[in-house]
Design a protein around this ligand. Structure first.
Ligand code: GLN
Length: 303
């Protein structure tokens, strides 16, 4: 059943890739093949089923925001974390500066660039990027995760907009760490190289309250998982979060590298790779596949 639905979803997704476009805001991401597609489901019984390119490496981009956020919650606790970042969807693009200039301009949430930079400002004074790679490897059950230096360099060379956001946040006291160090940390996190399978694994850990169902290892505290899943549900798909919540109904997070991670509470994690994006920066075929899978398997949280 699961296999059939997955294959059907993949076929539907395949038809959609032509309507999207790969990210071109940095040259390195522009090299992706828009026809690439992969979907992987990791279940609580240790099963991993997939269709398409599930072992192909791509950069995690914004999905790293949930890893940074989780580390910050575990190290600092929610009170400290939410002192400098909000928990409401923004309704604006992920790299928007529009509302930051206003008097009371706490970044909306940890999933938009501004909020993630606040989190990275905290973290770059608490741990090294090597520590973060370790967290990513542990939580994604993928020892091969590394930092893609080409994507890192490409992003660092085209950083005006994110730099503007970070300096504005620094001027207002939301970032107190060194701004360039914060930016480097942020871009390193975006450059983590993952697969659809690693995202499915992380989704499963988030689905199972922070426990790896295979080993029973506690990888994340239940409170962290609850907060991360909630913020993913309301803010994970940028300004498309509302429509996505209605159509798919699963806590999810996308990245401009083409990845999406989805969490099905108690049962499974879903990882997607599909670099053809819609106008909001979400994988166009990924959303199509998730909608199909959610409908056919009755996964909508309020369905
Ligand atoms: N590296 C990207 C940026 O900061 C991440 C954004 C995304 O994946 N939506 O602009």
């Amino acid at each position: 059943m699961l296999n059939r639905v997955l294959n059907e979803a993949f076929e539907k997704g395949k038809e959609k890739t032509q309507y999207g476009a790969v990210a071109t805001y940095i040259p390195e991401l522009g090299k992706a093949d828009k026809n690439d597609l992969g979907v992987c489901i990791a279940t609580q019984y240790g099963m991993c089923i997939s269709a398409g390119q599930c072992e192909k490496r791509f950069t995690i981009q914004s999905i790293s925001k949930i890893i940074s956020f989780a580390v910050a919650l575990e190290k600092l606790g929610p009170d400290k974390v939410f002192e400098r970042v909000g928990m409401e969807p923004s309704g604006d693009a992920f790299n928007s500066l529009m509302k930051l200039e206003k008097a009371d301009s706490t970044p909306h949430n940890p999933m938009v660039n501004a909020g993630a930079m606040v989190i990275c400002g905290y973290l770059c004074e608490l741990c090294t990027i090597e520590d973060m790679v370790e967290y990513a490897r542990r939580w994604c059950l993928d020892d091969e995760i590394y930092i893609d230096e080409d994507v890192f360099a490409s992003e660092m060379a085209n950083l005006s907009r994110n730099r503007a956001i970070a300096y504005l946040l620094h001027s207002k006291g939301y970032i107190t760490a060194d701004v360039e160090k914060t930016l480097e940390f942020y871009v390193n996190m975006c450059s983590l190289s993952v697969t659809a399978k690693s995202l499915a694994n992380l989704g499963l850990i988030l689905a199972c309250n922070g426990v790896d169902p295979k080993t029973n290892d506690v990888l994340l505290q239940p409170q962290t998982v609850k907060i991360v899943n909630t913020i993913m549900f309301t803010c994970g798909m940028y300004d498309g979060a509302g429509e996505f919540a209605l159509k798919v109904g699963l806590p999810s997070k996308s990245g401009v590298g083409g990845g999406i991670i989805s969490v099905v509470k108690g049962t499974m994690g879903i990882g997607i790779y599909g670099p053809a994006l819609d106008v909001k920066g979400n994988s166009i075929a990924g959303i199509e596949m998730l909608q199909y899978i959610s409908e056919k398997l009755n996964l909508h949280m309020f369905g």
